[in-house]
Design a protein around this ligand. Structure first.
Ligand SMILES: C[S@@+](CC[C@H](N)C(=O)[O-])C[C@H]1O[C@@H](n2cnc3c(N)ncnc32)[C@H](O)[C@@H]1O
Length: 326
């Protein structure tokens, strides 16, 4: 049976094979895809980052080390989400275990949304891109990679379990579901054309800033044969897009603004002052805090705690001592 993306990665054998491949020194993700992603992301200091389909969240740890103000990974696989939590232990990074499609993105809460090699598992990207647009602050950036459409178009000529010798590109304009045997399992992917990804971004309101195909660079490969092989066909498509900057009058709601906060409306001024005095400026920070401790802040009443509880739950988060979620 063909699995959807998150279930596929929860399969024991697939998970082990995937982890093994990602750790290889010549992994195409590390030699070709990641360098382009990092280049397009650019400066991250002070930025609030969302990562859709974060996998092990290794990039989250890197971005926090490079000065990102916050990192939130959304991940649909239990195994991957658990690994991501391990990776982020001891950092302010957070993980929500939920599918991208089901997760409710908070409005204007992020400066950068990244998603690496996930969207070809998602059947309908229109609502996903609309949610990304809504959840970015004005001027915010959206950078993502997918398997290149020449790869997702067709699987013919590649017996399962063998090394691919030649690539067939066929049925290119017949977009939609593709069932693929890969890494010892069977998974559903969704083929789109290059033009589809470009149009989806424009339709969501983004300005497209860059389109890259992760051309291999000789200096990243120890093995010349691997380099020659990687020059044969593009494996990745990477796009960067931007939400137009807000007008001056909108700046107060930007997360990059000094007094930025995304606490829900309805919270009283005394509670907001109490949060501010305790150093809490973002809702996500409260997922590290026990409700019992929050209640001890001067000015914090049960109504405000209830609103914060509901706002956290809407993001798939909870207070640190909330035992109703795992
Ligand atoms: C190829 S891995 C990439 C992981 C990570 N982004 C990276 O580059 O290291 C794809 C990831 O997307 C996740 N994924 C696939 N479809 C998803 C969905 N609809 N919602 C949330 N996560 C999803 C999978 O569970 C898996 O962890």
């Amino acid at each position: 049976m063909a699995h959807a993306g998150p279930d596929f990665y929860d399969d024991d054998a697939v998970f082990a094979t995937y982890q093994g491949r990602r750790q290889r020194p010549d992994s195409p993700n590390d030699t070709m895809e990641k360098p382009v992603i990092v280049q397009l992301i650019g400066e991250v200091a002070g930025k609030h980052v969302l990562d859709l389909g974060c996998g092990d969240a290794a990039i989250g740890r890197d971005l926090l080390q490079r000065g990102a103000a916050s990192y939130l990974g959304v991940e649909g696989s239990h195994k991957m989400a658990a690994l991501a939590r391990q990776t982020l232990a001891g950092t302010p990074g957070q993980v929500v275990m939920q599918t991208i499609e089901a997760w409710t993105a908070p409005a204007a809460a992020f400066d950068l949304t990244v998603s690496r090699l996930v969207f070809h598992y998602v059947a309908d990207l229109t609502p996903v891109f609309a949610a990304v647009f809504r959840s970015l602050a004005g001027g915010g950036k959206f950078v993502f990679s997918v398997e290149h459409p020449v790869i997702t178009s067709c699987n013919r000529g590649w017996p399962a379990g063998t090394r691919r010798q030649d690539w067939v590109v066929d049925d290119y304009f017949s977009t939609g579901e593709r069932v693929t045997s890969w890494m010892g399992g069977t998974v559903k992917k969704y083929h789109r054309t290059v033009e589809d990804y470009f149009r989806l971004l424009r339709d969501a309101g983004f300005e497209v800033e860059a389109l890259r195909e992760a051309c291999p660079q000789r200096n990243r490969f120890d093995d010349p044969q691997t380099y020659e092989r990687r020059k044969r066909i593009p494996l990745f498509l990477v796009l960067a897009a931007r939400k137009a900057p807000c007008k001056e009058s909108d700046m107060a709601s930007s997360p990059t603004h000094d007094n930025a906060s995304n606490f829900p409306s309805g919270i009283g001024k005394p509670a907001l002052r109490a949060l501010d005095a305790a150093g809490y400026t973002r809702l996500e920070q409260l997922a590290n805090v026990r409700e019992a401790d929050l209640g001890k802040l001067h000015g914090m009443g049960p109504k405000s705690i209830g609103l914060l509880h509901d706002a956290l739950a809407a993001q798939g988060l909870a207070f640190a001592d909330d035992t109703s979620v795992s």
